[in-house]
Design a protein around this ligand. Sequence first.
Ligand code: 4NP
Length: 164
Amino acid sequence: MPESANARVNVVFVCLGNICRSPTAEGVFRAVVERHGLDRRIGIDSAGTGAYHVGEPADQRAQAAARRRGFDLSAIRARKATKGDFKRFDYVLAMDRQNHAALSRICPPGEEHRLSLFLDYAPQLGQRDVPDPYYGAGDGFELVLDLIEAASEGLLADIRENHF
Ligand code: 4NP
């Protein structure tokens, strides 16, 4: 049996504020993982590269949009990403290229393989960034959910292929 067969795989989603995109990804991916009965095998968290909203719950618009699709974000509180996240998490998933660049700057040498763009797990989307919905119209949150739901399936497939 490979050494990793019983290991827990840890995943963190990272956006700018940790109040819109990455908590949405945390809630959606948690539901997908639970649906597949893998919640004891996969740890899930989220963080922001900025500290503006540390300690706050997810944006009310993000929570409402998620709730309409059956995802509960109410327990999530914002925190800032740290270089220690590259030790704790096997997958450090940036929600866009701007946050990927910010994470690259705090990534310890030798840990770069942990960092990727979340939407690269859904190449069929033809889109690499989850657009920031914070300042936009309300339907930005629906697009965020659509993209995240698609990439969550691809991410789970990658974890199954490479770890279980
Ligand atoms: P998020 O959205 O990165 O998806 O959480 C944002 C939330 C807050 C801000 C920017 C983006 N802000 O500038 O305060």
